[in-house]
Write a protein of this length. Structure first.
Length: 217
């Protein structure tokens, strides 16, 4: 089903799964046992809306290389591409990349598609080489502590020396723990809190900007 999303006067039409419970019912027990592989990618989470808004308002994104991890349906990456960035959409789930690709085709001008976007299956826990980028973005990717170090490691490997990692998360304890660990691991962290009204419900979203500390470099 299509869902219309309006962010700062720009409108995006996102294809998403009509019934995520159906995906849960079809989830094979073996896949869940290995990785608790739930279809989180199939929702438009408030954190992704706030990250997309950040990308639209980040005026320095033109011609920058942006890596989105856990892209899901692709909204934040589409917003970054709309702001002029070259975006590498990555996810752990092949189905997520199919939806992201469709949504890119639906929402971006055709002359942007070849020159400004890429799609890649990526498990951030691997040591796979990632080319240097100016920014890494991720929404709702720090909900489990086991992901903290893999995400910080890919940020350390892939960010250029003056690059920035931007992560959004609901205002919950795991998000705060991730940003605290990032500081311990040598990143400079700037945190801000944002209120997001959606469907008559207000969500509080934590946004953290991570940069490699010059003092510890």
């Amino acid at each position: 089903m299509d869902e219309d999303v309006v962010l700062d006067s720009l409108s995006f039409t996102m294809l998403r799964v009509r019934d995520t419970n159906a995906l849960l019912r079809e989830l094979h027990p073996a896949a869940f046992a290995v990785d608790e592989r739930l279809p989180y990618w199939a929702e438009l989470w408030p954190s992704s809306l706030e990250l997309a808004r950040y990308c639209l308002n980040e005026h320095g994104l033109a011609d920058k290389r942006v890596l989105e991890i856990g892209c899901g349906l692709g909204l934040a990456g589409i917003a970054a591409a709309s702001a002029g960035a070259h975006v590498i959409f990555t996810d752990y789930e092949p189905d997520a990349l199919k939806f992201a690709r469709y949504n890119v085709l639906k929402n971006l001008p055709h002359d942007n598609i070849v020159s400004r976007v890429e799609f890649r299956l990526l498990d951030w826990r691997s040591d796979e080489n990632v080319e240097p980028v100016d920014m890494i973005i991720g929404a709702d990717v720090v909900y489990e502590r086991r992901n903290f170090f893999p995400i910080l490691n890919i940020a350390r490997r892939a960010l250029k020396s003056n690059g920035c990692g931007v992560f959004t998360d609901p205002d919950r304890s795991t998000g705060m723990s991730f940003f605290a660990l990032a500081e311990q691991e040598g990143f400079d962290v700037a945190l801000s809190s944002h209120s997001l009204l959606r469907a008559d419900k207000t969500s509080t979203i934590l946004l953290g900007e991570l940069r490699l500390s010059r003092q510890r470099a």
